[in-house]
Every structure is written in C-alpha cells, then in structure tokens.
Design a protein around this ligand. Sequence first.
Ligand code: AHR
Length: 533
Amino acid sequence: MNRRKFLQAGTSVAIGALAASRLAFGADAEIVVSPGEPGELISPHIYGHFIEHLGGVIYDGVWVGPDSRIPNVKGIRKQFVDDMKRIGAPNLRWPGGCFADGYHWRDGIGKASSRPRTYNFWQRRMPAGTDSTETNQFGIHEFMQLCRLIGAEPYVAANVGSGTPAEFHDLVSYCNAPAGTLSLADERAANGAPQPFNVQYWGVGNESWGCGGMMRPDEYAAKYRQFVTQFPTYKEPFLIATGPRGHSADGDIGWTSGFFEGMRGFELPNGFSIHFYTDLRPTPLKAADFNQPEWYEVLLRGIRIDKVIESHWQEMGKFDTKRRTKLVVDEWGVWYKPGEELAPNYILSQPITLRDAIHTGLTFDIFNRHAEKIAMANVAQTVNCIHSLFLAHGAEFVRTPVYYVFEMYRWHMGARQVPVANPVADLNVPVLAGQARLPGLSASASIRERTLAVTLTNPSVQSPLKTRLRLAGGARVKEARGTVITHEDMTATNTFADPGKVRTVPLAVNLSSDAVELTLPKQAVAMVQCDLT
Ligand code: AHR
C-alpha cells in the first residue's frame, strides 16, 4: 500500500477533517504549525559537541600540530575550526568520555616538549601492535584555544574515577581564578593565558557506573557531593552529574532513582547526564552497506530516545519537584560494530551515510520537542568517532551527511519552540524481526522574531510526501525558503574522493495565503523557513 492510500485508509478524524484544504495541492499530509503560541526556548546547547582522546579524534581529527603541512591555527586543523564555526557549534565537551576518568590535567600544561607521555584508557581497545600512548600535546590551553576559535563554550569532564576533589578544584581554580590572585592563576598566566578561561560547564565524572569507576548510584551520589562541596566558585558553575546508560534494555531507571535518592537533602546538580547510543554493536548491521529492514531498524531504535528522555524526566520529578535539574544528553549517536574504521588505529570511527543523517533529523526533532527538559546535548563524537560530522585522515577531510543536518538545524538554536500538529499516520515497515510501525513524518518548529523554522524528516525509502504546512491563528507567510538533504541511494555517503555526494540543496516551496506546500522527497530531512508578515 502506498503512503497516500495508507493515509486514506486511516481512521484518523484529524486527517478526515483535512480533506477540503488538501484539494488544491493534493497533499498527503497537512501539518498545522502555531507560531502565535511560542513555548520554551530551545537551548542552543542542544546542538553541542564532544571530542575525546580516543583513536583519531584529537590527534589528527582536531590537532595536527603547529609544524604540520596541513593548514592549522596554532596546531589545530583549520578546516575543522572553519566548519565548526559555520554550524555555530555552541559548546564542546572534552577530554572524554572514558578517557576523562584517567586524565590528570597537569600532564597537559607547560612547555609541549616537556609534557609526559601517559597511559590512555583506550589502549585496551587498540588493534594488536598499535599504540595509543597519550602525548599530552593537546591539553587545557589547546582546548580553550579551540573553543575560542570556534566560539564554543567549553564543557570540561572532570576526573572522578581516578582523581581527587583537590585535583578537580585545582583545575577549576587554574581555569577560572582571576589574574593576580591565586598561584594557580599565575601559573596559567606563565603558560600563556593571563585571563581566566571562565569555564562554566563542569561534568563531575563520566559513566561512573562503568569506565568512570564502576560505582553504584548511592556511591556516586556520595562522590558527587564530595567533589562539589568545596568547588571554587569564581564563576557560577553549571554542574553536571553522571546519569544513566539510557540505551540499556531497561533504560537504567534504577541509576536515576538511586542517584536522586542519594541526593535527598542536598543541593541537586544543574544537569543530569544521559548517554543514549543507538547501539547496533550486538547486531550484524553494517554502517556502510545495508538493506531496507536495516535502514528502518536503525531509525526505530534511534527514536527510542524519546521515551528514555520522558521516563527519566518523570523519575527525576519524583525527587526534584522544583525542577532544578535539567537533562544533558552528553553522548548520543548511532554506534555500529567494529570493522569499518577509517584506519585500524582510528578505533570507533565508522562510515556515515544518509541513514545516519535521517537519524540525526529524528533525534533533533525529539530534542526540540523536549526543549523544557534538555539543557544540553553532545553528539558522540564530532570527528573520527561514532556519529561524526567529519572524517579526517592526514591531509584529507570530509563533511559527512550528518554535518549538513547540523547546518540546517542551527536555525532552531535559541529560538522558541512552536507547537506542531502532525497527524501523519505511522508507516508499517520491515525491520530485523519482521514488521514494525514507525512515525510517517517527524517534525518540529521554532520561531525567532518573525521567522518560523520547520524541520521535517521523511523516513520512508519508498514514498515522497506532499506536505502542506498550514499556519494556525491567522499567521501569514511573506516569503519562504526550503532546504533538503537526500539522495536516490539510501546508502549514499561522502568520501575523500567524492566529498559532495550528499549535501543540502534548495527545496522548492509554494506559498498560498496561510500555507506553504512542498514535496518532501523520500529518505530526506528538510528545513522550511517562513518570514511572517
Ligand atoms: O564515545 C565513546 C565512549 O562511549 C565514551 O568514551 C564513553 O563515555 C561511552 O561509553
């Protein structure tokens, strides 16, 4: 059954009521957007980033060194900086990940040639005969330089697993104490940065239930309290506690209740981290080569994040009745099993296809719709690792299809969420275990001043979707523009040899008095911007 027939066969009252307005354009779907009812601000930090000392992420992806022939700004890959600026990257999380709980920040300061070589957590995952000794050439100063170049807020994950509260507090003071106060501020100045870094976002550990210390939630709550009690408040911090492994089969609700139980009577953190990977590692699915059931399997698993966000938020509300603590989804992305790496020692790198771009659109719409709950989210990871926007190897560099979705969605950053009524019926799709239902269209919208932005994802590999965006409440469109990312081949990707295969192109839109009409191609993510009268 094609999509139009499927919709016609549906019993939805809402769809029946649309029949009259559909006549002129023959739309499959009418989406009703209400720009006159702006809701929550979509935190710009939802479109955030993450880089870790792992495989080819920092060394090569970001840091090529000042003596490299690869164009760089004081050692930082220039193309990376330029592209991160283009998408308005709001923040950058560093140095891990699992690496963070083994990292001692003093190893990464001072004269580069005198810095020690140290053990890297990821050594255990490196192919036999390869080495991941940490050279510490990229430390806190280089990280801050990168953030400044991009215009991103630094988000530093502190070492709780093998560090001490004192080490953490010294790092905070080193970063934030005003010039001429503490000896740590003098030391920072001697290392080239007289002015404080003013870091606001601090992660108190990472995955403390796993690589960050194998703790139980009550144990972590006690550590958290210990680590933050004497926090040097040169700048009012946004403290982020370790949250659950959201992609666990049971959603890991026990971690959330256990942590908040352990925090009863104490000041709650500003942020509570959730990690949610669309984790295909236990399956035979490949990143680059797949069929239709495998396309839908990934998308279906990916949208599970919606319920995971909702359920943890509900759980937190039982303890945090004043809603002090917001969610920070500081690792998310599609993670395929090993075997398709860019190079053997670039562990956790994988090809990124149109399927991952569609997954990104679905995820961002979910984040936008949960704007009141989410303070920040960080893709894992920005370059050469898991759900990357970029792949880099020596002089070669390419933007993946995921990059273009970030570029499109940047318009939502800091705008106000707008209600969308999306009556499109579910698709009945093939997946690994047979058939499943997947929402037939994903949408979210926001408004800034007089510009309305609507993002739409059509997950179908079969049918385009003739879509009518109707504006409720008497709003009128003066001008509209569309952009879309799609490709005829669902496995399409960008490579060093063919970097422009999957990218955004203009999408035709027609204006009528209170509506915008467009044909959303199959397997596509689109953005429609409407200037209102
Ligand atoms: O992003 C890769 C790893 O995934 C991170 O280091 C860790 O936090 C997570 O398990």
